[in-house]
Design a protein around this ligand. Structure first.
Ligand code: SF4
Length: 240
């Protein structure tokens, strides 16, 4: 099954890694796989995550009960390609356990009966789920409007002059201390200025990832030919 989570290549962050188009009305197993992908993608590229997802699917492990009961060492080895595999294996096991125990009605019903804010808070309270992971799950697995902020978004919006650089640095610094105030400020900026539209948020985020990967690279951005170069403060300043 193709995964649709944050960095994957479908509705989510997918554009970055190949945006195959929109689809709504996910199955139970698709939603679960997106959640697993959102955890696996922490601090790694989607390419590595895809290998881990393939490995889980090949071994018929992509089910909450199987992941919950799998020995940690086996699960770690199946997701090795994603990096930080021991911590991620624990996170996936905890997520699966939570789902089985707190939401025996299933992931689709759980998501259907939660509003985006409640769901986001519930996910964020879980072990190993940070704001970006929680928001990716809300946006791509639950298909509810929550704007995902990531390093690409912060970098691009700092360079074009909408977020200032201290905000970008602040997010990095504050995240290390486990405080996410600036993440939420950045998110508020999008959510207050865009209609609450799930598909638009998915597409918007996916396009930012693509722009960040193809043009607005961390070092040496490729400003010539960048589709938003006429709007960009950095580009305009560099020209002077
Ligand atoms: S013009 Fe350059 S700095 Fe500005 S958004 Fe595009 S790639 Fe990034």
């Amino acid at each position: 099954m193709r995964n649709k989570s944050a960095k994957s290549g479908r509705n989510n962050r997918p554009a970055s890694q190949g945006h195959p188009g929109r689809k709504s009305g996910l199955s139970e197993s698709e939603r679960f796989e997106i959640c697993v992908g959102a955890i696996l993608t922490q601090n790694t590229s989607w390419k590595n995550v895809e290998k881990a997802i393939e490995s889980l699917n090949r071994n018929r492990m992509m089910e909450p009960r199987k992941l919950y009961s799998a020995p940690l060492i086996r699960l770690s080895s199946l997701i090795k390609s994603s990096g930080f595999f021991r911590q991620k294996a624990v996170k996936i096991k905890r997520f699966s356990e939570y789902l089985l125990k707190k939401h025996p009605e299933g992931i689709s019903e759980w998501f259907k009966n939660s509003n985006p804010e409640e769901l986001r808070d519930e996910l964020f309270a879980m072990y190993g789920i940070g704001p970006e992971t929680a928001d990716s799950i809300v946006l791509y697995a639950a298909e509810k409007p929550k704007f995902v902020i990531d390093a690409y978004t912060l970098r691009i919006f700092a360079r074009i002059g909408i977020f200032n650089s201290p905000l970008t640095k602040g997010v990095v610094r504050l995240r290390r201390n486990g405080v996410f105030k600036n993440y939420h400020e950045a998110q508020k900026c999008f959510e207050e200025n865009l209609p609450k539209d799930t598909l638009m948020y998915q597409e918007y985020h996916a396009l930012l990832v693509k722009l960040g990967k193809d043009f607005c690279k961390k070092k040496n951005p490729l400003c010539v030919g960048c589709p938003i170069e006429v709007l960009c403060k950095k580009k305009i300043q560099d020209k002077k």
